[in-house]
Design a protein around this ligand. Structure first.
Ligand code: GLN
Ligand code: ZN
Length: 759
C-alpha cells in the first residue's frame, strides 16, 4: 500500500485564527492558557483535515506559535543571555521576547534578527550562538505534541529541524565557527530522539534543507559526523527531508547518511530522481515530493505518476511514500473557502488541503483503485482548460515581447550625459532631498479605503478624500522644503496588490493567507495569465499631484521583479517570461507618465536581492533577466527623464554588477541601521550613478537628530562624490505617524542644508 504523507501544514488557521489569538494575547486581552487552547484546537483541526484529505502519515511538531527555528533554539536552550531571566520566570514571555522584543517594566530587550527562509517569503528568527555555549532540553514540545496527536487518534511523525541545518541557519555573535558547536548539540538531539522513541514515535522527520545549498567541506563533514552520531541513539526511524531544490553534489553524502528514509523535492528538481535512486541504499524509504508545496496550481498528475511508477519500480511499493515537495506552510489552507474566485480559475488551483487530495489520487492510481482513473481524467480536464484558455494566452503580448530588441532594454545615452540634461531640466541643489514614496497611512486613510471597498463610501467620495490627503501631503513637503516631492501613495493598499488589481492576468483571493512571520500573513496575488495593462494605472494621481506644485513630482511604480517575487506565479512558463510581461506593461505606464509631464520616476525593486536563486551557479541567469526587465520598464524615456529605483533589505556585495547594469539615474537604499556599511559595495565598484543612502530608519518610531543624519551623510560624502549623493529616509513612511515623520523630515532637510554649507 502506497503511503501518502505530509511534511508540514500551515499553522495560522483557515481564518488566521492563530494570528488573532496571538494578537489578543500580546495586547493582554487573553491569557496564555487561552492562546494555548486555540493552538491545540488548530492542531487537532489540521490533523483531522489532513487525514480527511487523504494523508495517512501526518506530521506533528510542525505547529509553532511563532516560528519553527525559534522553537528549535528554545527547545535546545539556545537562549541568549539577555532573555534568560525572563524565559526562566515565564517561558512564554521569554519566547515572545526572542521573537519580537520586550519592552515593559523597565526591561528593554531587542528581538532576534529575522531573515528569509531559503528563497521563500517566510521569515525565520536567526538563533544567536556563541563559542563554548551549552545546550540542554528545555520543555518537551515535540513529545507533548506527539502525545496530544495520539490521544486524538493520530499516530504522527514529529518534525525536527536537523542539527546541521539548525547551526548553519544560526549566527554566532562572537564570530566563532557555528559548526564547532555540533558536538555539544548532538547529545541533546540524541536525548530528544530517545524520549520520542520512548513515547512511541516510530518515525521522526528530520529536516535538513541546507543539503540543497552549495556546501563547503566543513559543512559536508558536519553532516557525516552528525548522522553517524545519531545512528547510535535509541531512536525512532529517521526520515531525512531535503527540499527547495536538487541535492546536486551533496546527493552521495545525503544518501549515505545512516537514516531510514530520504525525502527529495521532485517538483523543483525532477531530474534528480534517477541519480537519487542509484544512490539510495536498499531498504530505505523514498519520500517523493511530487506535488508543489510552493505554488497554488493543480499539479500535472500524469507526470507525477510517471515519476512515482519509476521510483516504485526501484524501491518497491512498501518503500515509496508520496508527499508534497516541501511543507505546505507556503500555500493557503483551503480553496473551498474561496467563494469569490470565478469557477474556471478556481478549477486550476489547489491549496494545502487540495494538494493532499492530489497525492491521494496518485496513490490510488498507483494501486489501480477504482475511481482513480476518473479522478485523473477530471484533473486532466482542468489542466487542459487552463492550457487552452484565452485568459491565459494573449497573442498580442507574445508578439510585442518578440518585437523587443536589445535597444529596448538599455537607455540610449550614458548616465554621465543624462545627468547634465537632467540637471538643466530640474535645477536641483547638491544633496537633493526626497522621500521613498508613501506617507503615513493613518487610521482614517485605511478606514476610508475599507468603507469604499465595502460600498459604504462612493467612488467619488473616496476620490475626494484621497485628493485632500494628497494635497495636504504636497503642501507639507513644500513647507518643510523637500526638493523632489511624492504624492504620498494614499490610494494604495499594498505596493504589489495596487498594480495587480489594475493588470489583467492577476487574480486575488479573499482568504488565501500565507504566513510571512509570526502573526503576519500576506495574501499573494496569483498571476495566472499573460499580463496586459488595459489602462494607465498611476497617471491620474501623479498628474493631479504634479498640478499642485511647481517642484518636481516623482511618479511611483513597483518593479517587475518585486511583483513577481511577491506573487504566486505561473508554472506553465519561465519566471523570466512572466517578468518580461510585467516589465512591458510598466514600460507603457512609464511612457504615459512621461507624456503626462512627470519628469522623475521611481521604480521600486526591493525584492531583487531576495530573488537570488539558492545556488550560486544560477545567479547570473537570474540577474541577467532581472536587469533586462528593469531595462524594459525604464529605458524608453528621454534623457531628461530621471529614473530612480529603491531597494531596501538588500546587501549589495553579490549583486552590485547587476545593480549598476540597471543603470537607474538614482538609487535609494537602506543604510542607516548599518551606519552606511552597505555603501561599501558601491564604493568598491566605483558606482557611477547617483545614490540616496537612507539617513534614518523608518522601521522605528525614533526621530533621529539632525546631527546624527549629518554624521551619516558625512560618512557617505567621505567615500562618494557630493554630486552623487541624495538625501532621503530608508524606506516609505506608511507605517509611521505624522508627528514623528514631520520632525524627522524637517531635520533631514536641515541636515542636507548643513552638508551644503560644507562645500
Ligand atoms: N514606494 C514604496 C513606499 O514608499 C516603497 C516600499 C518598499 O520599498 N518596500 O512605500
Ligand atoms: Zn523600502
Amino acid at each position: 500500500m502506497t503511503i501518502v504523507t505530509n511534511l508540514g501544514f500551515p499553522r495560522i488557521g483557515p481564518r488566521r485564527e492563530l494570528k488573532h489569538a496571538l494578537e489578543r494575547f500580546w495586547r493582554g486581552e487573553d491569557t496564555g492558557e487561552s492562546l494555548q487552547a486555540t493552538a491545540r484546537g488548530l492542531r487537532l483541526k489540521h490533523w483531522k483535515l489532513q487525514r480527511q484529505a487523504g494523508a495517512e502519515l501526518l506530521p506533528s511538531n510542525d505547529f509553532s506559535l511563532y516560528d519553527q527555528v525559534l522553537d528549535t533554539a528554545f527547545l535546545f536552550d539556545a537562549i541568549p543571555q539577555r532573555y534568560r531571566a525572563l524565559a526562566d520566570a515565564d517561558p512564554l514571555a521569554g519566547y515572545f521576547a526572542m521573537a519580537r522584543g520586550h519592552q515593559a517594566g523597565g526591561i528593554d530587550l531587542r528581538a532576534l534578527e529575522m531573515t528569509k527562509w531559503f528563497d521563500t517569503n517566510y521569515h525565520y528568527l536567526v538563533p544567536e550562538l556563541q563559542a563554548g555555549q551549552g545546550f540542554a532540553l528545555r520543555g518537551d514540545k515535540p513529545v507533548a505534541e506527539f502525545l496530544e496527536a495520539r490521544a486524538a487518534g493520530f499516530s504522527t511523525r514529529p518534525v525536527l529541524l536537523g542539527p546541521v541545518s539548525f547551526l548553519l541557519l544560526s549566527k554566532t555573535t562572537d564570530g566563532s565557527d557555528r559548526l564547532a558547536l555540533l558536538d555539544r548539540l548532538l547529545p541533546v538531539y540524541a536525548q530528544l530522539l530517545e524520549r520520542l522513541a520512548a513515547a512511541g514515535a516510530e518515525w521522526v522527520q528530520i529536516d535538513e534543507p541546507t543539503l540543497v545549498l552549495d556546501l563547503d567541506e566543513a559543512a559536508q563533514a558536519a553532516f557525516a559526523h552528525a548522522y553517524a552520531f545519531l545512528a547510535t541513539a535509541e531512536r525512532p526511524r529517521l526520515l531525512l527531508t531535503t527540499y527547495f531544490g536538487a541535492l546536486g553534489e551533496n546527493l552521495a553524502l545525503a544518501a549515505q547518511l545512516s537514516v531510514d528514509g530520504l525525502h527529495v523535492d521532485l517538483v523543483r528538481a525532477p531530474e534528480q530522481l534517477d541519480a537519487v535512486l542509484q544512490h539510495l541504499p536498499k531498504g530505505r524509504v523514498l519520500s517523493a515530493g511530487l506535488i508543489n508545496g510552493r505554488n497554488v496550481w493543480r499539479g500535472n498528475l500524469d507526470n507525477a505518476l510517471t515519476l512515482a511508477r519509476y521510483a516504485q519500480g526501484h524501491v518497491g511499493a512498501d518503500q515509496l511514500w508520496l508527499a508534497p515537495s516541501c511543507s505546505l506552510l507556503h500555500v493557503p489552507v483551503d480553496l473551498e473557502q474561496e467563494k469569490t474566485l470565478d469557477a474556471e480559475l478556481a478549477s486550476w488551483l489547489a491549496f494545502a488541503r487540495q494538494k493532499l487530495g492530489e497525492l491521494r489520487v496518485l496513490a490510488d492510481a498507483l494501486e489501480g483503485k477504482d475511481g482513480a482513473e476518473a479522478a485523473l481524467d477530471a484533473q486532466r480536464a482542468c489542466l487542459a482548460s487552463r492550457r487552452a484558455s484565452p485568459r491565459v494566452h494573449r497573442t498580442e503580448v507574445a508578439q510585442r515581447l518578440a518585437a523587443l530588441g536589445a535597444r529596448d532594454s538599455r537607455r540610449a545615452t550614458a548616465h554621465a550625459q543624462r545627468r547634465i540634461v537632467q540637471q538643466a531640466a530640474f535645477d536641483l541643489p547638491v544633496y537633493p532631498t526626497t522621500t521613498i514614496g508613501s506617507f503615513p497611512q493613518t487610521q482614517q486613510v485605511r478606514q476610508a479605503r475599507a468603507q469604499y471597498k465595502s460600498g459604504k463610501l462612493t467612488e467619488a467620495d473616496y476620490d475626494a478624500f484621497i485628493a485632500v490627503e494628497t494635497e495636504r501631503c504636497v503642501r507639507f513637503q513644500e513647507q518643510i522644503g523637500l526638493d523632489v516631492l511624492v504624492h504620498g501613495e494614499y490610494e494604495r493598499n499594498d505596493m504589489v496588490e495596487y498594480f495587480g488589481e489594475q493588470l489583467e492576468g492577476f487574480a486575488f483571493t479573499k482568504l488565501g493567507w500565507v504566513q510571512s512571520y509570526g502573526s503576519r500573513c500576506v495574501k499573494p496575488p496569483i498571476i495566472y495569465g499573460d499580463v496586459v495593462r488595459p489602462a494607465p494605472m498611476t497617471v491620474r494621481w501623479s498628474q493631479y499631484a504634479q498640478s499642485l506644485t511647481r517642484r518636481p513630482m516623482k511618479g511611483m511604480l513597483t518593479g517587475p521583479v518585486t511583483m513577481l517575487q511577491w506573487s504566486f506565479v505561473r508554472d506553465d512558463q519561465a519566471r523570466s517570461e512572466t517578468c518580461r510581461q510585467i516589465a512591458l506593461a510598466l514600460r507603457d505606464e512609464v511612457l504615459d507618465l512621461e507624456e503626462a509631464g512627470i519628469g522623475i520616476l521611481q521604480i521600486d525593486e526591493p525584492a531583487i536581492r531576495e530573488g537570488l536563486p539558492l545556488r550560486r551557479g544560477d545567479w547570473k541567469a537570474y540577474l541577467d533577466w532581472a536587469v533586462e526587465a528593469f531595462g524594459i520598464c525604464s529605458s524608453g524615456v528621454r534623457d531628461a527623464t530621471q529614473i530612480h529605483t529603491h531597494m531596501c533589505y538588500s546587501e549589495f556585495n553579490d549583486i552590485i554588477d547587476a545593480v549598476a547594469a540597471m543603470d537607474a539615474d538614482v538609487i535609494s537604499i537602506e543604510t542607516s541601521r548599518s551606519r552606511m556599511e552597505l555603501l561599501d559595495a558601491f564604493v568598491q565598484f566605483r558606482y557611477p550613478n547617483q545614490i540616496g543612502p537612507g539617513v534614518y530608519d523608518i522601521h522605528s518610531p525614533r526621530v533621529p537628530s539632525t546631527g546624527e543624519m549629518v554624521e551619516l551623510l558625512r560618512k557617505a560624502r567621505a567615500v562618494l562624490a557630493a554630486e552623487q549623493l541624495w538625501v532621503n529616509p530608508d524606506c516609505g513612511l506608511k507605517t509611521r505617524g505624522w508627528e514623528e515623520t514631520g520632525h524627522a523630515l524637517a531635520q533631514m532637510v536641515d541636515a542636507a542644508r548643513i552638508l551644503r554649507a560644507d562645500l
